[in-house]
Design a binder for this molecule. Structure first.
Ligand SMILES: [Zn+2]
Length: 457
């Protein structure tokens, strides 16, 4: 078997044993079952079943900063029967919030009347930054979705533990460890000492040095010590927000020096660490036994099992001491895309309304903000939905046939879908809605030939 198992429900809503894609297809062709859900693929039988299936799967989760791997493992054989990789959008959320802060900043310096505070802005206990909170919430959503369709007995989560301070300066101990790496220094002094009081790019000394972000702030680079360096004004200006690899492509030895320094950058580790506890606590609310594993033994089991590194394979090796086998080699890839924006009026970099979204109303001659889908005629598929559409004739770039595509824009007559990068208009009677837009994009990762060689598959 190559692809994920198919989840099966009975007509009266009982969770049954997942089946193979082949059997699911046979059941559907004999009209004994219908598709209930496309992602995760679930069929519903046309008959009622009375007996309960004893839960025998373990949901194993490896929470990461950019990807979270989730696998369902058959506990009787320690075999992976279903897998997915959840791609997070932490950076996108962070950049959106920086943008919003920019817009609000201009308001603060305007001359406005005093307004009383409306509520206490203290952060509640257990507060997580929005970019990290989204990792927790999307993981929760997917645990919920899987519990609805699969006979799951227990949940196992890798509780990766990083000691951030030790990773940044591995040799410190005692009082120095308690007081932090920057104790007794200001940040600037620490940088000057670390980088030898010279411009890191051109080596000039005795010039005013500026604090330089190796990964530019505008690209999501952090203010951590490990992302900062010192450079003269000229080099700083010249580098701008270019990636350091591109800026230093002719000076590999300087690049190597900076890279060695940046390796210690811990922003990813920090993200995992602060969400780790929260994810573990969240999983306990589902009323199933929750087991925790650590990163080191996950890696050990993966290597013992002879499996390559991938987010979903890592997750399958969480909290087990037996060799893991794979029955599948193509996980479902789920990308968090969000639900668009709630902002009605887009603004430019200075916080003023962006001209593009203001339109003159031809009837009244007045300028007005165009609201998306306000006066649009109702079509049953809206932007982002997955539809199956039938093209009867060849179009300019796309041949006739049956396609599964995402709706780009609803139109008066039907929808415009995106097929291999081209907008194709399809009339209402030729489309069938198969999956509503739910803030995720679905795809399948390419099957790696490495994995096919394993005898387990
Ligand atoms: Zn310089």
């Amino acid at each position: 078997m190559i692809t994920n198992s198919v989840f099966v429900l009975s007509k009266n809503g009982k969770i049954l044993k997942p089946t193979t894609p082949v059997r699911a297809r046979i059941l559907q062709s004999q009209s004994k079952a219908k598709t209930l859900k496309l992602f995760p693929f679930t069929i519903i039988l046309d008959k009622e079943v009375d007996e309960n299936v004893e839960p025998y799967l373990e949901l194993r989760i490896d929470p990461g900063s950019k990807f979270t791997g989730m696998t369902l493992v058959d506990l009787n054989k320690n075999e992976v029967v279903w897998a997915m990789e959840l791609e997070h959008r932490g950076l996108a959320i962070k950049m959106d919030l920086i943008k919003r802060a920019g817009v609000r900043r201009s308001r603060r310096s305007r001359r406005l009347r005093y307004r009383k505070k409306r509520f206490d802005r203290k952060k509640p206990q257990g507060w997580l930054p929005p970019s990290l909170r989204h990792r927790l919430l999307t993981t929760q959503t997917w645990i919920k979705r899987l519990l609805e369709v699969a006979p799951i007995k227990s949940i196992a989560i890798e509780s990766v533990k990083f000691d951030l301070q030790k990773m940044e300066t591995p040799d410190i101990e005692g009082i120095e460890y308690q007081q932090g790496t920057l104790f007794g220094y200001t940040l600037r002094e620490a940088l000057l000492e670390h980088w030898g009081r010279e411009c890191v790019y051109c080596g000039k000394t005795d010039v005013p040095l500026q604090i330089e972000h190796i990964n530019a702030y505008s690209n999501g680079g952090s203010d951590r010590f490990s992302n900062l360096t010192l450079s003269c004004e000229k080099c700083n200006q010249k580098k701008g927000d270019k990636p350091v690899e591109q800026f230093l492509k002719d000076q590999p030895e300087i690049l190597q020096k900076i890279k060695a320094h940046q390796k210690k950058s811990l922003s990813d580790a920090a993200a995992v660490n602060s969400t780790r506890k929260a994810i573990f606590e969240m999983a306990q609310q589902f009323g199933l036994p929750v087991i925790s594993g650590d990163g080191a033994s996950t890696k050990m089991i993966r290597i013992k099992s002879g499996l390559p590194k991938a987010h979903w394979i890592d997750s399958s090796c969480v909290a087990t001491d037996q060799i893991v086998k794979l029955r599948i080699c193509q996980p479902l890839r789920v990308t968090c895309t969000g639900h668009g924006t709630r902002q009605v009026q887009r603004v430019n970099a200075s916080g003023f309304p962006a001209i593009a979204s203001i339109k003159k109303n031809p009837m009244t001659g007045k300028k007005e903000v165009k609201l998306v889908s306000k006066n649009q005629k109702y079509t049953h598929a809206t932007a982002g939905d997955y539809v199956v559409c039938t093209l009867l004739k060849d179009r300019k770039h796309v041949k006739s046939g049956i396609y599964c595509a995402r709706v780009k824009t609803p139109t008066q007559k039907g929808v415009e879908v995106l097929i291999s990068g081209h907008r194709i208009a399809v009339d209402r009677q030729y489309i069938k809605l198969v999956h509503r837009d739910d803030g995720y994009e679905y795809s399948f990762t390419a099957i790696s030939t490495d994995l096919l060689r394993f005898n387990a598959i």
